[in-house]
Design a protein around this ligand. Structure first.
Ligand code: G3P
Length: 217
């Protein structure tokens, strides 16, 4: 399972990318606004920090505008994936990008029917928003399982990118549900390393080791 960071914070990205555990990055217009930086500049910097796919979202809501913006974004770096909203106009643009060899991430997916259309449009990735469904009292993770079943049944190549991740349990559940990737806020990514029993066990190991008076080197 690939683990992406959902961020435009390049300092935090550089720090976590140094673990070797970050397979790519996703951004969206809200994260770009939060960065306070020009979009093309921050996307170019992110693309230099990771070798894997970097999702950069179009701002237009019409097909022709999406195509023009997506082609420009794809020109920023070879690892740019053009992110498109799951609308009729977006899926028409998605099919065009597929024919042009431009990777796509179809975002704002909230139903299996939507995901079916995105796969038929040739999306490289589909981004079901788990956390936002949970926020509305639905079972966001069941959507991942539904999409997995449909994509496997019809041998679609579109990769399931679990998005709107709120906690480490979401990452585990997405992996169990068969997601190909998860895009994770940096704070949640950092929490993935942590467990109180690991910390307690390490303290005990270090305490017992200190009593030996030994040095390995
Ligand atoms: O960037 C895509 C998605 O992960 C954002 O979800 O709910 O955290 O804004 P959310």
């Amino acid at each position: 399972m690939q683990l992406f960071l959902d961020t435009t914070d390049t300092a935090i990205l550089a720090d976590l990318a140094a673990t070797g555990l970050v397979d790519g990055v996703t951004t969206n217009p809200s994260l770009i606004a939060k960065s306070g930086r020009p979009m093309l500049e921050v996307i170019a910097e992110i693309c230099g920090l990771v070798e894997g796919p970097v999702s950069a979202e179009v701002a237009s809501t019409e097909t022709e505008g999406m195509l023009a913006e997506g082609r420009k974004l794809a020109g920023v770096a070879t690892n740019v994936v053009v992110k498109i909203p799951l609308t009729r106009a977006g899926l028409v643009a998605c099919a065009h990008f597929g024919r042009e060899g431009i990777q796509t991430n179809v975002t704002l997916c909230f139903s299996a029917a939507q995901a079916l259309l995105a796969a038929k449009a040739g999306a490289s990735y589909i981004s079901p928003f788990v956390g936002r469904l949970d926020d509305h009292g639905a079972d966001g993770m069941s959507l991942i399982a539904e999409i997995r079943a449909i994509y496997d049944a019809y041998e679609f190549d579109t990769e399931i990118l679990a998005a709107s991740i709120r906690n480490p349990a979401h990452v585990t559940a997405a992996a169990l549900a068969g997601a190909d990737c998860a895009t994770i806020p940096p704070g949640v990514f950092t929490d993935l390393f942590k467990h109180p029993l690991t910390e307690k066990g390490l303290e005990q190991f270090m305490s017992d080791w200190a009593k030996t008076g030994q040095s390995i080197l």
